[in-house]
Design a protein around this ligand. Structure first.
Ligand SMILES: CC(=O)SCCNC(=O)CCNC(=O)[C@H](O)C(C)(C)COP(=O)(O)OP(=O)(O)OC[C@H]1O[C@@H](n2cnc3c(N)ncnc32)[C@H](O)[C@@H]1OP(=O)(O)O
Ligand SMILES: CC(=O)C(=O)O
Length: 545
C-alpha cells in the first residue's frame, strides 16, 4: 500500500503541551506534561514543544523538571515570540526566559502578514524584520541552544496578501540563523491547492532573493490548524512538496478547531505513503498514545477519530459484518492492530445474523444456531423499535441470548419495589427505596436510603441479595446516563438508562460492562439496567442460584 519512492524521514514535532493546551477545556498538570513528554520520547517523536517559559510558573517548572528525564529520542523545544519592539533582545524578558530555559531547541514565532505588523503590533515593517532577525540570532548564540526553529505565523495568509514581504520575514529568520522555517497556517483556513502552490514556488523565490541555491536554505516545515477541516491534507501536501517536519498535536487538540492530528498524519505517512517517522513499532502504539493524552487532558475522546477512535473499526451494518467476517479488508482500510486499535462488531436493528454470530459465537459456540440468530435478531429489532440500543449495552444483549437459548437463570423473583422522595423547601431532599423479592425460598423485604432514587434502589436491592450472593459487593457502578427516546412526548417521554459497571471476573481481571433499560418511568428504566447488571455479573462469576 505504501509508495516505496517516498522513503524520506519526516521529523515529527509535537506541540500538544503548548498549542494543544490552547484548546478549549484542555489543561495539563506539570506531572501530566512530563509523563506525556516521556511517552512521546518512547515513540521516537523528534521534538516536543514543552511550553512558553515566559508564560506561567508551570511552564517555567516544566523546563527545569524535563532536564531530569532521560530522553532517548526527543529534543525539547521552548516556544516564544520575537523580542518586543524597540529593545535589545538581551533586555527582553521573553528572550531571557527562552535561553534560560535550558531547552536545546528554541522555536521563535514571528509575524509574516503585513496586516498583523501594521494593525496588530502597530510597528514598522522594518522593525518587524529586525525583531525576527535579532531574536533568532540572540537565541542561536546561547551556549545551551543547538538550533532555532522559526514559526512563520499566518504564513499562507501573509504570502497571499504580500508575497515579497512574507519572503523578507523568512529571509530575516535565515539571516538570524534559523535551521527550520516553519510555515504556519495559523487561522487554519487555507485550501490545499494553495499550500501546494506556495510550497512549490517558495524555495526557488527565496533562493533568488538571497542569490543562493535552494539546497543551501534551511529546510521547510509545516504547522497547520484545522479550521477548514484540511489540516491533515494540508500537512501532507506540504510534505509531498518537500517539508521535512510536521508540527501538530496528539488527537488534534488545540485552539479553536484544533491543530493537525499527528496520529492521523503519522499513520498516513507511514502506512500509506511510505515515509519514515518515529521508531519501529511506534505506529502500533498510536491507540495507546491517544488514550493516554485524552485521559491526562481530561478531554472526551473522539470516537470517530481516524485510526485510533473507538468507532474507527466498528462494524454495525449487517452486510458489512458479513463481508468483514469473510475478508476483513473488504471494509477496513488497514488492520486495526497496526495502529493499536481493535475491531468491534455491534448488534442493533441494522444487524443481520452475521452480527449475532460474530458477537456471541465465541462465547456461546454451537448454541448460536441459525434459528437462535433469527429469533434474537427479531427480539433486538423489536426492542430497538421501543427505544433500546444494544450497541451500548452488550451485557443486556447477552442476557437476551441466554433467554433465547432457554438458559437465563432466575436469581430472584421480584414482588415489587417502591421509591419515596421527600422534598421539603430549604432542606436536603430525602429518598428511600423498598425492595421485596423472593430468593430461593426466602422472602427479602428491605429498605435503604440513598442520594436519589437510583442510588436508594441500588442499595435496597443489594441489601436484599447480599446474604445469598455476597459477590455483588464486587460490582461498582462507574457511569450512568439517561437519554430521552422520544422528546416530543415531553415529560411523558420514554427514557433510556444506560449503566456501566466494573468488577473483577473469576480470573481476577477487572472488567467493564454495560446494561440498558427503557421505560416512561425513569426509575423503572434504571431498575432494568441495575438488575440486568447484577444478573449478568452473577452468571459471569458462576453464582449458584
Ligand atoms: C499562533 C500562536 O499560537 S502564538 C502563541 C499564543 N499563545 C499564547 O498567547 C499563550 C501564552 N501567552 C502568554 O502567556 C501571554 O500572552 C504573554 C506572556 C506572551 C504576553 O502577555 P502580556 O505581556 O500580558 O501581553 P498580551 O498577551 O496582553 O499581548 C500580547 C503582547 O505581545 C505583543 N506581541 C504579540 N506578538 C508578538 C510578536 N510576534 N513579537 C513581539 N511581540 C508580540 C503584542 O504587541 C502585545 O504587546 P503590547 O501589549 O505591548 O502591545
Ligand atoms: C505558531 C503557531 O502556533 C501558529 O502559528 O499556529
Amino acid at each position: 500500500m505504501a509508495s516505496p519512492e517516498n522513503n524520506r524521514r519526516i521529523e515529527i514535532y509535537d506541540t500538544t503541551l503548548r498549542d494543544g493546551t490552547q484548546g478549549v477545556g484542555v489543561s495539563l498538570t506539570l506531572t501530566d506534561k512530563l509523563a506525556i513528554t516521556q511517552l512521546l520520547d518512547e515513540m521516537g517523536v523528534d521534538f516536543v514543544e514543552g511550553g512558553y517559559p515566559l508564560s506561567n510558573p508551570k511552564d517555567v517548572a516544566y523546563f527545569e523538571e524535563v532536564q531530569k528525564l532521560e530522553l532517548k529520542h526527543t529534543r525539547v523545544c521552548a516556544f516564544g515570540m520575537t523580542r518586543r519592539k524597540g529593545i535589545d533582545p538581551a533586555d527582553d524578558q521573553g528572550m531571557q526566559a527562552l535561553v534560560n530555559s535550558g531547552a536545546p531547541i528554541i522555536t521563535i514565532v514571528g509575524k509574516t502578514w503585513d496586516l498583523h505588523v501594521d494593525e496588530v503590533l502597530r510597528i514598522s515593517r522594518e522593525e518587524n524584520l529586525a525583531m525576527i532577525r535579532d531574536s533568532v540570532a540572540f537565541c542561536r548564540s546561547a551556549d545551551s541552544v543547538q538550533e532555532v526553529f522559526y514559526d512563520a505565523e499566518h504564513f499562507f495568509d501573509g504570502y497571499r496578501a504580500n508575497p515579497e514581504y512574507a519572503r523578507q520575514t523568512l529571509q530575516a529568520a535565515i539571516d538570524g540563523g534559523a535551521t527550520r522555517l516553519v510555515l504556519c497556517d495559523t487561522n487554519g483556513g487555507s485550501m490545499t491547492d494553495w499550500v501546494t502552490q506556495v510550497m512549490a514556488e517558495l524555495k526557488e523565490k527565496l533562493a533568488v532573493d538571497a542569490d543562493t541555491s535552494a539546497e543551501s536554505l534551511p529546510s521547510l516545515a509545516i504547522h497547520c490548524h484545522n479550521d477548514a477541516g484540511l489540516a491533515v491534507a494540508n500537512s501532507q501536501a506540504a510534505v509531498a512538496a518537500g517539508a521535512v517536519q510536521v508540527q501538530g498535536t496528539i488527537n488534534g487538540i488545540g485552539e479553536r478547531c484544533g491543530n493537525v492530528d499527528l496520529l492521523t498524519v503519522i499513520a498516513n505517512l507511514k502506512l500509506k505513503l511510505g515515509y519514515d517517522c518515529l521508531i519501529d513499532g511506534a505506529v502500533a502504539r498510536l491507540g495507546e498514545l491517544s488514550d493516554a493524552v485524552y485521559e491526562k487532558a481530561a478531554v472526551e475522546p473522539n470516537d470517530g477519530q481516524p485510526y485510533v477512535g473507538d468507532n474507527a473499526f466498528a462494524h454495525k451494518g449487517g452486510m458489512h459484518v458479513h463481508a468483514v467476517q469473510r475478508i476483513a479488508h473488504s471494509y477496513e482500510h488497514v488492520e486495526p492492530e497496526s495502529v493499536g486499535n481493535q475491531r468491534r462488531i455491534l448488534v442493533s436493528e441494522l444487524s443481520g445474523r452475521s452480527n449475532i454470530a460474530a458477537t456471541l459465537g465465541q462465547k456461546f459456540g454451537d448454541a448460536v444456531t441459525p434459528e437462535v440468530q433469527t429469533n434474537l435478531l427479531t427480539k433486538v429489532q423489536d426492542l430497538e423499535h421501543r427505544g433500546y440500543q444494544f450497541e451500548h449495552a452488550p451485557a443486556s444483549l447477552e442476557l437476551l441470548m441466554y433467554e433465547a437459548i432457554g438458559q437465563r437463570p432466575s436469581f430472584w423473583v421480584r414482588d415489587h419495589y417502591r421509591c419515596v422522595i421527600l422534598g421539603v423547601p430549604e432542606e436536603p431532599t430525602q429518598t428511600e427505596a423498598i425492595v421485596k423479592l423472593t430468593v430461593g425460598d426466602e422472602v427479602e423485604h428491605r429498605v435503604a436510603e440513598g442520594d436519589g432514587p437510583v442510588n436508594a434502589l441500588d442499595a435496597a436491592l443489594r441489601k436484599a441479595l447480599r446474604a445469598h450472593y455476597p459477590q455483588i459487593d464486587e460490582l461498582t457502578l462507574t457511569d450512568y446516563a439517561v437519554r430521552v427516546v422520544n422528546p416530543t412526548a415531553q415529560s411523558a417521554a420514554k427514557v433510556r438508562a444506560t449503566a456501566e459497571f466494573e468488577a473483577r471476573g473469576v480470573d481476577g481481571n477487572l472488567r467493564r460492562f454495560s446494561t440498558i433499560g427503557v421505560d416512561e418511568n425513569i426509575v423503572d428504566a434504571s431498575w432494568q439496567a441495575l438488575s440486568d447488571a447484577i444478573q449478568y455479573y452473577l452468571i459471569e462469576v458462576g453464582a449458584e442460584k
